[in-house]
Design a protein around this ligand. Structure first.
Ligand code: ZN
Length: 500
């Protein structure tokens, strides 16, 4: 089997190398490429992706996997490589090439329709294109006839193993807790926002680098650049890049984006090197990836212990806007809860209501219970019911996210809330194992927490599913109770709520 395993590894490394080359081109496109380079860049990326897809679906790979599936005595690392490669291969082979091409073309067309609809602030401009995407998402799902729900194969793309039967009830339970919490917070006194003022870009970047380094992001194997939308890209095991964005009148955008992306980056940097160059060397799911970014962004970098250490340093860096603001007021400002129209601007408490609403609307669209043309109305109704706010127009309503127009209708959103749920479960388990994690945070020490996360989450890559990681690390199944308890504890104290 030694020869076949080596052959499979070499084969997969070639596919990975092509994908990584595409990542460098995408990173460059989002950071330093002159705008005029876009046309050629699109062609370069398409060529590389096609080459990678051909290899990833070739009968030669199938024959190699057939030999190895039945092979006895593979060690754990090689068995994981075979298992992950088999999963990817089967999923890709299940979808006919003609459908893959139709889907790709439809996504390009509906992305353009979305831009035109945004420019006109009129959902009707994009209705036809979205109907087409919906029809193709159903066609994709139909390639997996064993699925219990039409959305399951779509969810499985980003959160392998998760299903409507698992996620649906969890979200419904979470929603029942969050809606009253939001109402209670709304009835309490509104804290002031983060003070606007002069936060020079260079100082913000320097401070953000200092924080990212402190929490364990390795700049020796990474870098921080600016882009319109912050993101993380793992070019290789030793080259995991993050980006952020800066507003010069408000430090929080740059800092929290950097910490969020550093959380994604620390995950990628922590994957066991034995998997490098294979498809195992990736995050286990969108939800588990998001659990790492949100854990550092919210449970750590919006917590009191974190700022007991960092606030004097932030004040020293930006004395003019922050000198007069004491720690308590600062903590309330960076944790301000306010129902808003835009998901990406939402605070920690209201955020999941935005996500779960999209999840439910996706299911209704896929099942046919909701027609695309009725989506804007359904959107407004749900915003009013859950958040008590009314979108005044389409751009602030059903046109705000690109996801459904640039990809499948279905499976695009659940990872955001699963990530929040996992983040609280993992943080609780980490603190159980090491009660000194929180005291260490107040001293600016994060190695205890990061070490536990690497040992229990990061190092496995895709060798374990997200549910297996959660079970082994926390001793239980995915469960929203620790997350609800965390929110009630934190915001109950901050707002003096009776719900806590
Ligand atoms: Zn993220």
């Amino acid at each position: 089997m030694k020869t076949e395993i080596d052959e499979l590894r070499r084969y997969l490394q070639t596919i990975t190398a092509l994908e990584q080359a595409a990542f460098v081109l995408m990173w460059d496109q989002a950071t330093y490429m002159p705008a005029a380079g876009g046309h050629a860049r699109g062609a370069q990326l398409a060529a590389i992706k096609q080459e990678a897809h051909q290899r990833a679906t070739s009968p030669a790979l199938g024959r190699l996997l057939d030999t190895l599936d039945a092979a006895p005595g593979l060690d754990a690392e090689n068995a994981a490589m075979v298992r992950v490669a088999r999963r990817d291969y089967e999923i890709r082979r299940q979808v006919p090439a003609a459908l893959v091409r139709r889907i790709a073309r439809a996504h390009v067309a509906s992305h353009m329709a979305w831009e035109a609809a945004r420019a006109a602030n009129d959902f009707a401009v994009a209705t036809k294109a979205l109907e087409k995407n919906l029809e193709l998402s159903r066609a994709y799902a139909a390639c997996f006839p064993g699925a219990a729900h039409v959305a399951d194969p779509l969810i499985d793309i980003s959160d392998p193993g998760q299903t409507v039967a698992q996620v649906g009830p969890m979200f419904e339970g979470l929603r029942k807790e969050l809606v009253p919490l939001v109402r209670a917070v709304q009835a309490a006194d509104a804290p002031r926002a983060v003070p606007r003022g002069r936060y020079p870009q260079a100082d913000q970047i320097a401070f953000s680098r200092q924080v990212a380094t402190a929490i364990g992001y390795d700049f020796g194997r990474g870098r921080l650049d600016l882009s319109t939308h912050p993101f993380t890209v793992a070019v290789s095991a030793d080259d995991v890049r993050i980006t952020t964005r800066v507003r010069e009148d408000d430090f929080s955008e740059c800092l929290f984006s950097t910490v969020h992306e550093a959380g994604h980056g620390i995950y990628e940097q922590g994957i066991d090197r034995a998997f490098a160059g294979t498809p195992v060397a990736e995050g286990a799911s969108a939800g588990l990836h998001e659990s790492q970014s949100r854990l550092w962004e919210n449970l750590v970098a919006r917590s009191r212990p974190f700022w007991e250490h960092f606030y004097p340093r932030l004040q020293a860096t930006f004395p003019e806007p922050l000198a007069g603001l004491e720690l308590d007021g600062f903590l309330r400002a960076i944790n301000r809860v306010r129902p808003s129209l835009i998901r990406t601007d939402a605070d920690e408490v209201t955020y999941n209501l935005h996500v779960m609403m999209r999840f439910d609307l996706e299911l209704e669209l896929l099942s046919g219970a909701l027609a695309v043309r009725d989506l804007p109305e359904a959107w407004v109704a749900r915003m009013e019911a859950d958040l008590g706010v009314t979108p005044p127009d389409h751009n602030l309503g059903a046109l705000q996210d690109l996801h459904w127009f640039d990809g499948h209708v279905g499976g695009a959103f659940q990872g955001y809330t699963l990530g929040n749920v996992y983040s609280a479960q993992l943080f609780e388990a980490a603190c159980r194992a090491h009660p000194d994690i929180v005291p260490h945070m107040a001293q600016g020490r994060f190695d205890t927490l990061r070490g536990w996360l690497t040992a229990n989450v990061h190092r496995f890559g895709r060798a374990k599913t997200a549910a297996q990681v959660i079970a082994d690390a926390t001793g239980g199944a995915p469960d929203s109770a620790p997350y609800v308890a965390y929110l009630k504890r934190k915001y109950g104290a901050m707002y003096g709520l009776p719900v806590a």
